[in-house]
Every structure is written in C-alpha cells, then in structure tokens.
Write a protein that binds this ligand. Structure first.
Ligand code: AHR
Length: 657
C-alpha cells in the first residue's frame, strides 16, 4: 500500500518536471460536446480469453493438481512415487471401453512402510500461508486396510500442512480433507502417502484453494478474475483463438465435451503443447474444468456479453489445414444450434435442462456467435455459408461474426472482405499483431471504412515491440502507448467499430508460449501490464456517445505524434477526452468546448506514462507503469492541459448544458 501511495505522489512530480522542459505551440482542439456523432456500443471494450500460456489449467482454473485423473497420454506425467517398492506397487488400469476417464491408479500395499505419490502441480503449486485447501480423491479400498496421509510440501519438501484419512473397505467413494497451510510456497507440491496392507484404487485426485472467485467450490483463481472484473469488460470472447481450430480436427475445441460433470469431461491435448519448438510445453493439456458453462458464468459475473467462437469444420490452416468435407459440416452446425439451446433454451429442452442441472436455470442471454477463428480462402466461405443458412434461418436473433483471416491486410484479408461484403455477416473479426509503429501509423485505419458495410470486431490485437529476456518485457510502455493511440481511432469510429479485445489475456511467467500478454501471473500473484491499464482506462471511461474533437478541422491522429478522441456520458453529463502524446516533448493543449454552459465540479486527469519507452512491469516490480490520477477544480468552457512527453491521459469532467 505504502509503495503505491509513494508512486502516486511521485508521478505528478516527474510529469511536471517534464512539463518544465520547453514551451511548445498550443494545440487548439474544438470539441462539440452537444452534438453526439454516434452511440458507443455497450460491448465496445471487451476481453479475449484463450487457454494459451497456461491461461486455464494452471491459471484461471484454480485446480492445483496436474493430471489428477491419470488421463494424460503419459499417465504418470506430473506424478512421482517415493520408489518404495517394498511398501507398495502401482499400476495404471485402463478401462478402455469407458469413453471418459478410463484410467485409475491401483496401489497394492504390502504392509512394509509408506508408499507415496507426489504431484508437482503446474510448475509447482502456489500455496498461501493460512489459506485452507480442499483435497478430494475418488477411491476404493478393495481389500485390507489403509490410511492416507495428505501433505502440502514446499519446494524443499518440508511439510507445510497435513491431514490423515482412514480408508474404509468397500466400493469407490469420495474422500475429502481440508488442510490449512502454515507457510507460503511458490512452488509447492502435494504428497499423498499410503500405509497398510491391501489394495487401493485411486482416481480424480484434486486440490483447490477454499478461497476462489465468489468462493465457488472447484472455482476460478480469485486474483485473476478480479483483474478481469476491474477491466469492466463489455464482452468475453472464448475459448480463443487457434485453440478453437485445433492443430487437427481431432483436437479442435468441442464445447459439448466441456460441460456436465467435470469428472467426465474428456481431456485433450492443448494445441499450444507442441506449437512452438522454442517454447515446448509437453505437459499442456485441457482438462476442461473450465468449460463452456464456466465461461458463460464468468461472462455473467463480469457483466460481459458472452461471445463464443466455434469451429466451422476447419483445423488451423497454419498447421494441418484439415477440413471437414462439405457433406460433413452438419454436426458442426448442429453444435452451434445446440449451443444456442444450452445458453438460451428453456429448461425443458435437452441442452437447457443440462444448463439448469449445472446450476443455472435462467438463460445466459447469448446474442452472438463467431463462425471460425482465423480462417481464410474459399474453403472458409463455403463452410461459413452453410452455417449462415441454418443459423440465420433458425435463429435470426443471433448475430454472426465472420473472420477476416489472420492478417490485417494483404490478399487473404482482401479476399475475405470481397466475399463477406456480399454475405453481410453482422461483424468482421479483424486481427492485428503488429509493431508499435504500425499501431501509431494506423490509428486512422477505420476513418475511411465504408460506413454502410459490416461492423467491425477488432477481435485480437497487440503491439509487439522489443523485448529482453524477462517474460514480461514485451509489454513495454512503448507497446501500450501505441495501443492507446490506435484506440483513439477505434473510439472515434464507434459507428462501425463495435467490439475490441487485446490478445492474449493471460500468461504464466514460467509457462508461456506467446507474448506480449495482458496479465502475467505466477503461482501466487498476478500483475497488470501497462497494456492492461490502457485497456482499463478505455473500459472505465467508455462513455455513451462519440463527439468530435478536431484540430484545424481534422481528427488529431498522428500529427506531431499526437492523438485524441472524445466521448460524452449522456446520462452523467460528463465529457471524457483521451489524449496520447507519443512525442519526446510535452505538448500544450487548449480544448474549446462547444455547446455547454460550463464545466463543473472536479476535473480528473489520469496519466499513464513511464520513465523509458521500454519500461515494463514485472511481478517483482508491478508499479513501474501505473495510472496516476489528480484532480483540479473545473470551470469555464475550455480546458488547458499540458500532456507530458510519451504519455496517455484521460480527462474526465462534468458539464452543464
Ligand atoms: O492470441 C494468440 C493467437 O493469435 C490466437 O490463438 C490466434 O487466433 C492468433 O493467431
């Protein structure tokens, strides 16, 4: 707390010393406050979630045991025994006829000491001192007698929490124990030790912190969800990304295998397991503990519109380019129809009933679906048409998102636009992973788009700048400032740009495959990047309507490295100005406010800036780049403001009309 306070005080000092460097010509910007140009979509600023970088298992999904069901292809991956063959012998039994969860561990105890299994977690387990952990295991003691000791270990294998259970002979049942940790461990482990003589069949071994988001049993990591909630996202796109497509169709995302009893959800390889040779993740699988029900629930918790992206019968075209033949696309379309029923259907319907059984009888209010992720060329158009015909026929109320392909321009992009201009989907999903320079110079990208064509979903974007060896280093202030500048253009064009999301969202510092990312975390804590704060400042200052902000009768979009946009909140009667000064000198502004009687109350200026362009936050130093808010009395009909060099400012002030 103290550290935060200090920074809050220091930053204005730093800014004002920058301000003192040199006088510059005043930039006159005219804002027509009383003439809204267009309404801003309530879903304008949202979030993109994909299980990449250990975003789900090992991340948002708070399960601490890796491979607790022994269903990884290498059934003992993540587990290690104590090698005491005199005490016990382990077999992994495979009931091959069983579609889900076929394997379990069978342990023959010889009555000669202790046989134990230790689970390493996802790059260790984060264990917090004083926190309660809920252990559970499905087990049958088929013969003899046995006790089970459950222990939390720190990295040095010292016990930091334990509990003991006596197993009773008979059919399989669930054994549970709650443990309180007496110390914190960054890379803790779980050890389960068996002692006795007899046979134990064990499965579904699990350890969760008691304190999860909304304290839901087997829930989500509270600190991570809190960071998402603090963005106030307008929509939640899930489950990706390329993960929707799979490297091959066999490991595409199939929502039906991710709902119902978590223990029966069918585990598959995570496509990021093998995607990048330089970032191998051989232990990356999808348990689907975080599945489609949980995504819808998360969207609801966040007050965000759910936006599922579905496979359209195409695997990743960068990988296998495998497609379902056109005569075999129906099951994919049926999945989309069934998803609409799962989300919105009456509880008397098959899928609505399942939703109710999972604890949510009320509909989730699904209004849109993405057909495919980064698909391209004719094979995509052919499949999209099949989806569109059925979905628009049966569910005209559901809006469809079509993909513009993986690139922001070029042949694939042009082809997609040419085709979709005819087909008229509700949204085009454009992606741009580009340099900061590209973002600065493309802030006017949408100024000249056809106003009467398809609405835009900027579904994945991030400025990819320079980096050093630290995981978080690509999330530099430079990249965040470039995005802030670009976003003035998204905001200014809110008549056609309806949804926008940075990507990817989450990354584990010890287990990432892709960077930059919006939020970094380890097993114990999480950190907001400068890019996160940019997203948050837009999300918290969305406004309801765009108003014009013109310098020399033109939008300020790159001239002298300056960028500006303005919105009003027509309910609270507030004006909000976003301003980026990407130059290396302070810039003076006078905003002339037309159509109001006067400003009133306090004028709030929130500044995001950094000592160096390549400054970034880390888990150890998370406060290097943070927003700093100051307030001054508001008066008159103009605002005089000096924007510090390399800064992003949000000015917010009430007015009387
Ligand atoms: O965000 C990471 C990946 O980038 C997504 O999975 C994919 O859609 C894009 O290529």
């Amino acid at each position: 707390m103290k550290k935060t306070f200090l920074l809050v005080v220091l930053f204005p000092v730093l800014n004002s010393s920058l301000h003192a460097q040199k006088a510059s010509p005043v930039n006159e910007v005219v804002i027509q406050v009383n003439k809204p140009v267009t309404a801003i979509s309530p879903s304008m600023w949202g979030i993109f979630f994909e299980d990449i970088n250990f975003g789900a298992d090992g991340g948002l999904y708070a399960e601490l045991v890796k491979n607790g069901s022994f269903e990884f292809p290498a059934p003992l991956m993540g587990w290690r025994d104590n090698g005491n063959q005199n005490a016990g012998k382990l077999l992994i039994v495979n009931r091959a006829a069983q579609e889900t969860n076929p394997r379990y561990a069978s342990i023959e105890l010889n009555g000669n000491g202790v046989y134990s299994l230790t689970n390493e977690g996802f790059r260790g387990m984060g264990i917090h001192k004083q926190e309660t952990y809920h252990f559970s295991m499905q087990a049958a003691l088929t013969t003899g007698n046995a006790t089970l000791k459950i222990e939390l270990l720190n990295a040095a294998a010292a016990v930091i929490g334990s509990s003991t259970i006596t197993l009773s002979q008979g059919a399989a049942k669930q054994y549970t124990a709650s443990l309180v940790a007496n110390d914190t461990a960054q890379r803790g482990k779980l050890r389960i030790s068996f002692e006795g003589k007899g046979r134990v069949e064990a499965d579904l071994i699990s350890l969760f912190p008691a304190s999860t988001w909304k304290n839901r049993p087997r829930g989500l990591r509270a600190d991570l969800v809190q960071k998402l909630a603090d963005l106030k996202p307008g929509f939640l796109r899930f489950p990706g990304g390329c993960i929707v497509e799979g490297k091959e169709l066999a490991n595409r995302y199939q929502w039906k295998t991710t709902v119902g009893n978590p223990e029966e959800r069918k585990l598959i390889m995570n496509r990021w397991n093998v995607e990048f040779r330089h970032r191998p993740a051989p232990d990356y699988y999808q348990s689907f503990g975080l599945g489609f029900f949980e995504y819808f629930q998360l969207a609801e918790d966040l007050g965000a519109a759910p936006l599922p992206i579905l496979n359209c019968g195409m695997a990743c075209q960068f990988n296998s380019a495998e497609v379902a033949s056109l005569s075999d696309v129906d099951p994919y379309i049926q999945d989309a129809l069934d998803l609409i029923e799962f989300a919105n259907g009456d509880v008397s319907t098959k899928w609505g009933k399942l939703r109710a059984a999972m604890g949510h009888p009320a509909p989730f209010g699904l209004t849109m679906i993405g057909v495919g992720n980064e698909q391209w060329e004719q094979q995509y158009i052919e499949r999209y048409k099949l989806f569109e015909k059925v979905l628009k026929g049966k569910h005209p109320e559901i809006k469809l998102v079509a993909a513009a392909g993986p690139y922001a321009e070029g042949d694939l992009f042009e082809f997609a636009w040419k085709e979709f201009r005819q087909l008229k989907p509700d949204y085009m999903d454009e992606h741009y992973y580009k340099s900061p320079e590209w973002f600065f110079s493309n802030a006017d990208r949408y100024d000249n788009y056809d106003r009467n064509s398809i609405k835009i979903f900027a579904g994945e974007y991030a400025a990819h700048g320079k980096d050093n060896t630290q995981a978080e280093s690509k999330n530099s202030w430079m990249s965040a400032m470039a995005e802030a500048a670009f976003m003035t253009g998204l905001e200014r064009n809110a008549d056609i740009v309806k949804m926008c999301s940075y990507a990817p969202l989450l990354a584990h510092v010890d287990a990432w495959q892709w960077r930059p990312d919006l939020i970094w975390f380890d097993n114990l804590q999480s950190m907001a990047t400068p890019n996160y704060y940019v997203q948050q400042l837009y999300g918290l200052n969305k406004g309801t309507h765009v108003v014009t902000a013109l310098a020399d009768n033109k939008a300020l979009s790159g001239k002298d490295s300056l960028y500006a946009s303005a919105v009003i909140d027509s309910t609270s009667k507030e004006l909000i100005i976003k301003l980026v000064n990407a130059g290396d000198q302070p810039a003076d502004f006078r905003f002339a406010l037309k159509g109001i009687k006067s400003l009133k109350g306090q004028l709030q200026q929130t500044v995001l800036s950094a000592p160096e362009l390549l400054t970034y936050n880390t888990l150890d130093q998370p406060l290097q780049v943070i927003p700093v808010t100051t307030v001054i009395p508001a008066k008159g009909k103009s605002i005089v403001y000096q924007a510090g060099a390399r800064s992003f400012t949000v000015i917010r002030v009430s007015y009387v009309q």
